[in-house]
Write a protein that binds this ligand. Structure first.
Ligand code: NFM
Length: 227
């Protein structure tokens, strides 16, 4: 088993069980050819720029989604530290949007003229479907954890020993591959596992489906960026 998966499995929570059960999908999302091409230095820079522009639009749509999870936590959570974890995640998106703008200008990507591609629209629509008051906190936080952990595991892979990530892409990999973001993902995973322990069978089903949908959307997002 890979080091990343082993680490996640240590907690032995429901999320770890699901990642093992769906390891093919999980690996497809976290070891996508686009990520492997960053890691081995063969990345086509047009793919990177396409990803950058589309991901900026995604992150703008991601902000209201994270806010909606924060709102659910405030209303439904049995543990008041959840709010602090989610608030820190929301706050870091402020710096992230600024970073996208700076990074785009560095690469000559004009963000104002980028239209979302269909795959991106579909993913954003999926986020919207999770924002309603009818969606349980447990289901929404499962999706949020999955979205974040895919990026954390993908970009951390590009920073591991032996990777040949081009220096001009190091900052991008650091953004999601850094230790702090890893801790944030672990906090989300702990919250998710705690909620899943108390979930009804129906909620468990919905949460597992949400995880799978996230993994599918993430694979599609990388595919779209590769062109
Ligand atoms: C498509 C996608 N998935 C996950 C993330 C990571 N979350 C926030 O930045 C992201 N930026 N884009």
């Amino acid at each position: 088993m890979e080091a990343g998966l082993e680490q996640l499995a240590e907690a032995e929570g429901t999320t770890a069980t699901w990642l093992k059960k769906h390891h093919l999908m999980y690996t497809a999302a976290t070891r996508h050819p686009l990520i492997l091409s960053i890691r081995d230095g063969s990345i086509d820079l047009d793919s990177f720029k396409r990803w950058l522009g589309q991901d900026y639009l995604f992150v703008r749509a991601f902000v209201p989604f994270v806010s909606s999870v924060l709102l659910k936590a405030c209303r439904e959570s049995d543990n008041n530290s959840d709010m602090e974890v989610l608030l820190s995640g929301l706050a870091s998106l402020n710096g992230e949007i600024k970073w996208f703008k700076k990074e785009a200008s560095k690469w000559g990507v004009v963000l104002s003229s980028i239209a979302p591609q269909k795959v991106n629209q579909d993913y954003c629509r999926f986020l919207e479907s999770l924002m309603g008051p009818d969606v349980e906190y447990t289901v929404a936080i499962t999706a949020l954890w999955a979205i974040e952990v895919v990026y954390q595991q993908s970009f951390a892979h590009c920073l591991e020993e032996g990777s040949r990530t081009p220096p001009e892409l190091a900052e991008t990999c650091q953004r999601w591959g850094n230790e702090g973001f890893g801790q944030y993902c672990q906090s989300l995973q702990k919250i998710t596992d705690r909620r899943l322990l108390r979930a009804t069978n129906e909620e468990l089903k919905k949460a597992e489906v949400a995880l799978l949908r996230v993994l599918e959307h993430e694979v599609e997002f990388w595919n779209m960026s590769q062109g």
